[in-house]
Design a protein around this ligand. Structure first.
Ligand code: COA
Length: 176
C-alpha cells in the first residue's frame, strides 16, 4: 500500500470501538447538571461508563457505594447503555481498559476552562488514543456544584430541582 493510501486508511479506521465514552468525576453527590451531561452524551455514544474517581484532595460526604447507588437510581440499573464503575488510577488507563475512545467533561463557565484545558492536555500527553469531548453544561446548571448543594442542604436549604429527588432525600438523611 502506498504511504498516501495507508495514511488515508489509518484516518478512517477507528482505533477502538468508537461508541464508548467515560464520564469521570467525584459525584459527591450526582447533580442534575451531571444527569444533563450524561443524557446528552448518550446521544453521541452507544455506551457511557460513569467512573467515580478517587480524588485524594477531596473528603467525600457519601461513600463510594452510596454514590454508585445514587447514580444507578438516576438511570435504572437495567439500562445497558450506562455502567457505573470506580477507579483509583488514571482516567486514560481506565478508558483504555474499558475500550473507550473518549472522556466526556462538562464545562460550566469560563472559570472551568483553565483546569479542564490542563486536564485534557495532560490526559492527551499520557494517552493520545483517548480524546476529551467537552459539552457545555445546560444554562440551568451553570451555577451549581456538588459542594454548593451540600452546603445548602447542610444548612437546611431546599435543594429540589438541582438534584434528583432520591439524592435530595439522601442529603436530608445525612444532615438530619
Ligand atoms: N453540572 C454541575 N456541576 C458540575 C458539572 C455539571 N455538569 N460538572 C462538574 N460539576 C461540578 C462537580 O459537582 C464538582 O463539584 P465539587 O468540586 O463541589 O465537588 C466540580 O464541578 C468538579 O467536577 P468533577 O467532575 O467531580 O471533577 P473533579 O475535579 O472532582 O475530578 C477527575 C476530576 C475525576 C476528572 C480527576 O480527578 C481525575 O481525572 N482523576 C483521576 C486521576 C487522573 O487521571 N488525573 C488526570 C491526569 S493527571
Amino acid at each position: 500500500m502506498s504511504p498516501a493510501k495507508k495514511n488515508k486508511a489509518s484516518l478512517s479506521a477507528p482505533i477502538h470501538n468508537p461508541t464508548i465514552a467515560v464520564y469521570p468525576g467525584t459525584f459527591d453527590p450526582i447533580t442534575n447538571g451531571h444527569v444533563d451531561i450524561i443524557k446528552r452524551a448518550m446521544q453521541m455514544f452507544d455506551r457511557i461508563v460513569i467512573v467515580i474517581a478517587i480524588n485524594a484532595t477531596k473528603k467525600p460526604l457519601f461513600s463510594i457505594e452510596e454514590r454508585i447507588e445514587m447514580i444507578e437510581q438516576c438511570f435504572g440499573s437495567s439500562n445497558h447503555r450506562i455502567e457505573v464503575k470506580t477507579t483509583g488510577g488514571l482516567i486514560v488507563d481506565f478508558a483504555m481498559e474499558n475500550g473507550a475512545c473518549a472522556i466526556v467533561r462538562g464545562l460550566r463557565a469560563v472559570s472551568d476552562f483553565d483546569y479542564e484545558f490542563q486536564l485534557a492536555l495532560m490526559n492527551r500527553k499520557l494517552q493520545r488514543r483517548v480524546e476529551t469531548v467537552f459539552l457545555m453544561t445546560g444554562f440551568r446548571w451553570i451555577y451549581i456544584s456538588s459542594s454548593i448543594i451540600k452546603d445548602a442542604a447542610r444548612h437546611g436549604g431546599d435543594v429540589s430541582g438541582v438534584v434528583p429527588a432520591h439524592v435530595k432525600t439522601a442529603l436530608q438523611e445525612k444532615f438530619s
